[in-house]
Design a protein around this ligand. Sequence first.
Ligand code: M1P
Length: 242
Amino acid sequence: MSKIYMFDVDGTLTPARTMMNEDFRNFFLRWSEGKQIYLVSGSDQEKIKQQLPPDVMRQCFGVYSSMGNSYHEGDQVIYSIVYSPSRELMEDLEALVHNSEYPIKTGHHVEFREGMVNFSIVGRNADMEQRAAYNKYDMLHGDRAGIVETLSHCHPDLDFAIGGNISIDIYPRGHDKSQAVRHLRGEVGSTPEIIFFGDRTEAPGNDYGIVRALDEAPEPSRWHAVTKWQDTMSILRDSYSD
Ligand code: M1P
């Protein structure tokens, strides 16, 4: 085996929290035949399965979810890391929601996942319209970047990363997507080339940890920064069709 392909999900294979496009699904099924594919997402396993059809999931040898804090092969959980956020962090998140000038708060602001929490000012109950409105506000005001900066100062033991359209992933320092690369290298026991696709490859994006790990590792690797699934599809078709 000469190449391993790793894909982020939201923003890379699908729009955030949205089903995979049907044309891309058909292309991906053909393209991935005989290839070694892994997913590495900030999302949990359940959300990934809502967005990627079962036939696409079956093409994936393994799925690193919750920033690589959990790993599945098919329905089998291979590992899952436990994390309990501190009372101080929970109070800070509550205060941020309370004091935010953003007017729409839909509830479910903190979601507990394996090894991490996901935090959102508008709340994970937001519908698509509310998600789009918050995302527009965030792009205009840098809301999430400001929150990441504030929280990073108060909690130096934690990492805060932006992924998707409305939320921030929070986890113990270093427990980012680089875990997937380290685990995979250990499992495979050889040095195949890793090729990664992600949409948040710049700090504080939640793909930054994995691309940094790939750049620093002595083993061969490549990564591609995309902004939407169409970019991923074009790169796969143009550069990895063999
Ligand atoms: O992969 C990062 C995040 O992508 C989506 O984020 P949002 O809800 O902010 O659009 C979600 O899948 C989220 O769970 C995930 O952490």
